[in-house]
Design a protein around this ligand. Sequence first.
Ligand SMILES: Nc1ncnc2c1ncn2[C@@H]1O[C@H](COP(=O)(O)OP(=O)(O)OP(=O)(O)O)[C@@H](O)[C@H]1O
Ligand SMILES: [Mg+2]
Length: 223
Amino acid sequence: MKSLLSGESLVRRYGDVTALGGVSLELARGEILALGGPSGSGKTTLLAMLGGLETPTEGRVMLDGYDLYALSHAVRARVRGDRVGFVFQTHNLLSTLTAEENVMLAVQHGPNPTGDPRARARESLALLGVTHEAGRLPRALSLGQQQRVAIARALAAGPPVIIADEPTASLDSQSGAAVLDALKLAAQRGCAVLLATHDPRCLAIASRVVTLRDGRCEAPPAA
Ligand SMILES: Nc1ncnc2c1ncn2[C@@H]1O[C@H](COP(=O)(O)OP(=O)(O)OP(=O)(O)O)[C@@H](O)[C@H]1O
Ligand SMILES: [Mg+2]
């Protein structure tokens, strides 16, 4: 299968600290790749580089045929914005917009702004089990509900790649299960899903697990 996203020999140094010491991996459509490994092993750093948010010290990232860091900043931002939905550990919802408005905004600015944005937002919120919270501001939601809205927002825009850093870390088991179901569905629809996680429930839905240790792959991903 042709990969949609690949990192080639990625190195990231911060001064004397080598956060990543040469990692390569590929991700294809429909796949869920889970990145495991202890705290400080380089998971977030790798996600940021693969998602076009942080320039590698060495190596190359190819996203949908684009050599990401060979592009200008502006073009890279557009390529990323059209293709990657991010779910961060802290949810980053806009505090002055309701849950539904947060999701609608992502639909309207996403790669595929067709159809009724409100209907698409509601569908995505329903998928994550937060229909009743649609009209509330983020501060009136629990952390688990906020995270579910953030994931509804990432999925609603319909990006070909989802990158999620510890998407279930702050969630109770019911919210966690809703998030995992939504990520599985995204993969079934052909999305490539990349997650960093310590959570065995996340590892269980992965089609592949890569473990990082001290900035290197412990077991190289299968070809
Ligand atoms: N901006 C930065 N400046 C300096 N060092 C950094 C920076 N970002 C990350 N590091 C270092 O790089 C290494 C990898 O960090 P990273 O956040 O990628 O780990 P992680 O696997 O995501 O850990 P966790 O499971 O705790 O989230 C750590 O040693 C960290 O201190
Ligand atoms: Mg991290």
